[in-house]
Design a protein around this ligand. Structure first.
Ligand code: GDP
Ligand code: GDP
Ligand code: MG
Length: 316
């Protein structure tokens, strides 16, 4: 592992500290003085995983697989159990979500590459856009941000501050402007400047599903006038601290919009980071990025193996 990979993993582990400590502490409690996996152990393990918001369905499959393995293998130590748990969880993710961690450095399939970012208020859309802009920019790509959340007074200003921090230009028409018109301008500007990426911030009102659908639909239609394949990606942002509610929210969204991937934020602020495992499984959508803090470099490409490692392996 290279230096930067190690750095990233340690940041991820730092972000997942709460979840990891909660899982490990509880597992070590139930494995004390145990030499085999029995009913009681499995039941308690089930409770631990559900408490970490791994999700009932996912937890049951994990416990099933562990039962299967426990019948064949002997368990001698807590470390062995952890290793087995990790293998099982990793396998679960391999089976359910095809993750294609594309590096920010990698060549994009289209130019400009248009990414629409959606999600309800407060989940971290604007922050995630800033983080994406920062990463693409750092990778040498020309980025334009479209301030298409024109609903809230502070939204455009907040985005401008982030765009400055990321060092990328932002296209806006101020509050109450037609979001579709902002996107049209941003995409036109990207085409004219031969920019690489357009990141579209959107409003997150979900109180009226019809309104939301209409607004996002209109944004997409207008973007297509300039770039027929747009948007190339629709990333749905979910707040990891809301646990199973995030799954419900995502279900609602995917009914309205063709979501291509997920960003799960605020994993640093919760002991329920296991939500990432259940989200990708239950929604059959790839988690592409995760947010592990409020700073501009606190976004990571989601990598199953690393995530499971950060979730379960302590440094001791
Ligand atoms: P939006 O309404 O969806 O655009 O959400 P914002 O981007 O404005 O974020 C709402 C709040 O969540 C802000 O206070 C952010 O700092 C915070 N936030 C976003 N992502 C993360 C994250 O990964 N970790 C933490 N701890 N906070 C985050
Ligand atoms: P409709 O509202 O469903 O008829 O969708 P349109 O395709 O007519 O466009 C909707 C919105 O997109 C318009 O109100 C404009 O704000 C914006 N739009 C469409 N075409 C253009 C254009 O050529 N320039 C600009 N600036 N905005 C455009
Ligand atoms: Mg916002």
């Amino acid at each position: 592992m290279g230096f930067f990979d190690k750095l990233k993993l340690s940041r991820l582990k730092e972000g997942l500290t709460k979840t990891r400590e909660s899982i490990r502490e509880n597992i070590s409690k139930i494995s004390q003085g145990r030499t085999e996996i029995d009913e009681e152990f499995l039941e308690e393990l089930e409770n631990i995983l559900i408490a970490a918001d791994v999700g009932v369905e996912t937890t049951l499959s994990i416990v099933d697989r562990i039962t299967e393995r426990a019948e064949k293998e002997t368990y001698r130590s807590e470390d062995e159990l952890n290793r087995m748990l990790m293998q099982v969880m990793e396998q679960m993710l391999l089976d359910t979500c095809a993750s294609h961690p594309v590096d920010f450095e990698a060549e994009l399939p289209a130019k400009p590459y248009i990414i629409l970012v959606a999600g309800v208020n407060g989940v971290g859309k604007t922050t995630s856009i800033a983080k994406l802009a920062y990463n693409y920019n750092k990778a040498g790509k020309e980025v334009i941000i479209a301030a298409a959340d024109t609903f809230r007074a502070a939204a455009v200003e907040q985005l401008r501050i982030w765009a400055d921090r990321a060092g990328v230009p932002m296209v806006s028409q101020g509050q109450n402007a037609d979001p579709a018109s902002v996107v049209f301008d941003a995409v036109s500007s990207a085409v004219a400047r031969d920019a690489d990426v357009v990141l579209v911030d959107t409003a997150g009102r979900l109180h009226s599903k019809i309104h939301l659908m209409k607004e996002l639909g209109k944004i997409m239609r207008v973007a297509k006038k300039k770039v027929p394949e747009a948007p190339h990606e629709v990333l749905l942002v979910l707040d990891g601290t809301t646990g199973q509610n995030a799954v419900t929210q995502a279900r609602e969204f995917t009914k309205c919009v063709h979501v291509t991937g997920l960003i799960v934020t605020k994993l640093d602020g919760t002991a329920k980071g296991g939500i990432v495992l259940s989200i990708s499984r239950e929604l059959e959508l790839p988690v592409k990025y995760i947010g592990v803090g409020e700073k501009i470099d606190d976004l990571q490409m989601f990598d199953r193996g690393k995530f499971v490692e950060a979730l379960l392996r302590s440094d001791k």
